[in-house]
Design a protein around this ligand. Structure first.
Ligand code: SF4
Length: 541
């Protein structure tokens, strides 16, 4: 007979006294769960987000996994965030992180890798997986970053989950509850699609072992899963202490029907599927007792074929609604009227560049003329805040293309003044400028980051130009940050010591200087066609 699972209960005392215990009592008191979630299951999982509570509780992915774990017989989860100093303790029971048998991190941004390592460090858990003994927690990482390129974190993580949470959690929880030792869990998961287990798959030799492929679990929900009652991802706990304060978030669709060359979502989230309208409207009954504010979330909100009906119905039911950014062609008078009726006055679009020609190269064939038509509709519907997202450093981009961003901003402003004149209100247009980070599994995965001097010059053109346009503000991504992000997105297992130094407090400038010879070839070298890319060992199932 098998020994009892070491994950059945919190298994041991914290590794060291918890010195600066964070109190979550204020946050707990403000939380409004949409259903009761007992923290007293037979099996407990530490569910960690390597950023603050404010950021983490805005993540529908984290909220979804929390609900899914509680829905699995006998299981409960306790949440951990990176706030505070000393050992992190759970929001639910203030249990120390090191007391758990398994810690699952949900990571959507590479920038959070350093926070993850700090959280392990603060808990006295050995950072490197090879330093962990049988009594140490099993450290698991899921989320978008795991399926993009897990190699930079492969020295620290015991198990990566690859695929939609709905498709990997049953296997993961069953291994944790069914096996009695760390090595048995690792062995079992290594043989399953959807789990990358560095101790078994030896990522350090992935390049040499050209034939090795790890199958992902399905990235999307199947048609059958989309029709299961209760399948719809929504907020589990509403709170005022988050980016989307007091909002009940609902997933409208998953994936995207477009194929913008720079975008990981379209390549990494599986086939585009939208949730049936009856399930979306049905979920509102769960929201009603806890809030009257809804946030519809999707990579492509506007592509739900019944978006207008959903927004109008939600308004009629007394909810105030908002949406994450809308694709430009999906902006219609009906959608704007429904959002405006909820009191929303801000909308975000992503033209990415000011040049029609360059936009076609991005595989986003939306002409400026269409964008300007939509901008007119937006201000005519009395929206006063327009956010426009752009990317610089695109392959083939020239200074002229960058100046066209400013020209586009001027045209948008002229429309804003014309349309808002009767109201006596002057709105604001904000330009959010990012730098292209050529991500694995996108159309630019072989490209390099643009030369930093060229990037600095282009950002200067934009900042200087935007300052001269009244009612237009701008924020730009620091070049240094883009180089760092590109490195930790594309690197292999040898990034481990760089990340460790970052977790010990070394700043990005120092790391880029000290590890220049390692970082620059990764970031500024274009991989020729046909050359094997290190992340290609991940193959969609
Ligand atoms: S429309 Fe948006 S989500 Fe879809 S591929 Fe393009 S950038 Fe990605």
């Amino acid at each position: 007979m098998k020994a009892a699972s070491r994950f059945r209960k919190i298994m041991k005392s914290p590794r060291k006294p918890v010195r600066t215990r964070q109190s979550w009592s204020g946050h707990r008191a403000a939380e409004r769960p949409v259903e009761p979630f007992s923290p007293h299951g037979s099996y407990t999982l530490a569910l960690a987000y390597a950023n603050s509570y404010h950021v983490g509780m805005s993540s529908l992915a984290l909220q979804r996994v929390y609900a899914l774990v509680h829905a699995e017989g006998g299981w409960s989860a306790e949440r951990f965030f990176a706030d505070g100093a000393g050992e992190p303790v759970s929001v639910e029971l203030e249990t120390p992180l090191s007391a758990f048998g398994a810690i699952a991190f949900s990571v959507s941004f590479e920038g959070d890798y350093v926070n993850l390592l700090e959280m392990l460090n603060r808990s006295g858990i050995p950072r490197r997986r090879r330093g962990r003994a049988d009594g140490d927690p099993l450290v698991i990482m899921g989320g978008a970053c795991a399926a993009i390129n897990p190699l930079p974190m492969a020295e620290f993580i015991d198990v990566f989950t690859l695929g939609a949470a709905e498709n990997v959690l049953p296997d993961l929880l069953s291994a944790l509850s069914g096996e009695s030792s760390r090595s048995a869990v690792l062995e079992r998961l290594a043989s399953r699609p959807g789990f990358f287990v560095p101790a078994h798959h030896h990522p350090e030799s992935v390049r040499e072992r050209g034939g090795f492929f790890k199958k992902l679990a399905k990235l999307e929900l199947s048609e059958a899963q989309m029709r299961e009652p209760g399948h719809l991802p929504t907020t589990a706990i509403v709170t005022p202490h988050t980016e989307f304060s007091d909002k009940f978030l609902l997933e409208m669709s998953r994936g995207c029907p477009e194929k913008c060359r720079y975008c990981w979502a379209t390549f990494g989230m599986g086939r585009f599927r939208w949730h049936p309208t009856e399930f979306i409207l049905g979920a509102l009954d769960r929201a009603r007792p806890v809030t009257d504010q809804l946030g519809f979330v999707a990579t492509a909100v506007g592509d739900h074929p019944e978006l207008e009906t959903i927004l109008e119905s939600a308004n009629q039911m007394g909810f105030r609604t908002s949406v994450s950014s809308v694709r430009i062609p999906a902006v219609t008078e009906g959608v704007l009227a429904a959002l405006a009726a909820s009191g929303d006055r801000s909308i975000t679009l992503a033209p990415e560049t000011g040049s029609d020609e360059l936009r076609v190269k991005l595989n986003k064939p939306v002409p400026n003329s269409l964008l300007l038509e939509k901008v007119r509709l937006i201000f005519r519907a009395r929206f006063t805040q327009l956010k426009l997202y752009f990317i610089v450093g695109l392959p083939g981009e020239t200074d002229r293309d960058v100046e066209e961003i400013l020209e586009l901003a001027r045209q948008c402003r002229a429309i804003m003044l014309e349309e808002l004149a009767p109201t006596g209100v002057i709105g604001n247009i904000h330009l959010g400028v990012n730098i292209l980070i050529p991500k694995p599994f996108t159309g630019y995965q072989r490209d390099s980051v643009e030369d930093p001097e060229i990037l600095e010059a282009r950002l200067r053109i934009l900042r200087k130009g935007a300052r001269r346009i009244p009612n237009v503000s701008i924020s730009t991504m620091p070049v240094r940050e883009a180089v760092w992000q590109a490195y930790i997105t594309k690197a292999g297992t040898d990034a481990a010591d760089v990340l460790e130094l970052a977790a010990e407090g070394a700043g990005v400038a120092r790391l880029l200087r000290e590890f220049r010879e390692r970082i620059e070839p990764e970031v500024f070298r274009r991989n020729p066609a046909g050359e094997r890319l290190r992340w290609q060992f991940l193959r969609a199932g």
